[in-house]
Design a protein around this ligand. Structure first.
Ligand SMILES: [Zn+2]
Length: 228
């Protein structure tokens, strides 16, 4: 697992060169955002290297490549002192309520043994992170804005393989996020809303992080417009 320290409080961990998880430093320990897959041991080792315990596991959305290590992590860490936070709508889909959300089920929705402690709604806080609605890729996807430094952990609302893109349209370099996207128009609306937050740094589920991402976000949004 590759580890990059992005800011004093944010580390990016990359599994298989393909999928990212993030460790966010707080006063009481670490918040892990997303879990990649088959990565529990490596994520725990990385937290140990940072010298702080994982206190919270917060998910951006319910797809298998983001929640795939959750059960293993809970087994290894125990549930005492570790809370699991999942977007409320994506938890309903993980629970099998696909029919509540019109449109085709896309992406992988694994069966999880872990029950979240907190069902996240937009506007809630997770330590220093504000929960920002980012539906489209999945019905319940959320992004996390670090209110201390303006870093935005955007899940699959954007990808940066090759260049920054909104996964509302498949690109040659990394078509998978777009293929797994539930509602492409909604994904574009969320991309526009996230851009309006003026993040200082954009950290995504797939690909490298970008600092000062405004121009690249504008260009990605332009390319994602219907008929562009
Ligand atoms: Zn996804």
């Amino acid at each position: 697992m590759r580890s990059v320290q992005l800011t004093t409080s944010l580390s990016q961990l990359t599994k298989f060169g393909l999928v990212n998880a993030y460790l966010v430093r707080e006063n009481d320990g670490l918040t892990l955002v997303d879990t990649a897959m088959n990565a529990a041991g490596e994520l725990i080792d990385e937290a140990r290297r940072l010298g702080a315990p994982i206190r919270r596991i917060a998910l951006t959305h319910g797809h298998g490549d983001h929640v795939g290590s959750l059960d293993q992590l809970c087994e290894r860490l125990g549930r005492e002192g570790v809370s699991v936070l999942m977007p409320a709508i994506d938890q309903r889909i993980l629970d099998g309520e696909h029919d509540a959300f019109p449109g085709r089920k896309r992406g992988s929705w694994p069966k999880l043994a872990t029950r979240p402690d907190v069902l996240l709604e937009p506007g809630q806080r997770v330590g220093s992170l504000e929960v920002i609605p980012a539906p489209g890729h999945t019905p319940g996807q959320v992004a996390y804005l670090d209110t201390r430094e303006g870093s935005l952990i955007a899940g699959d609302a954007f990808t940066t393989f090759g260049r920054l893109e909104v996964p509302s349209h498949a690109t040659l370099r990394f078509p998978f996020a777009a293929m797994a996207t539930w509602d492409r128009r909604q994904a574009l609306r969320s991309a526009i809303a996230l851009r309006a937050l003026e993040p200082a740094l954009l950290a995504v589920g797939h690909g490298r992080a970008l600092s000062a991402p405004a121009a690249a976000m504008d260009a990605a949004i332009r390319r994602a417009q219907p008929g562009a």
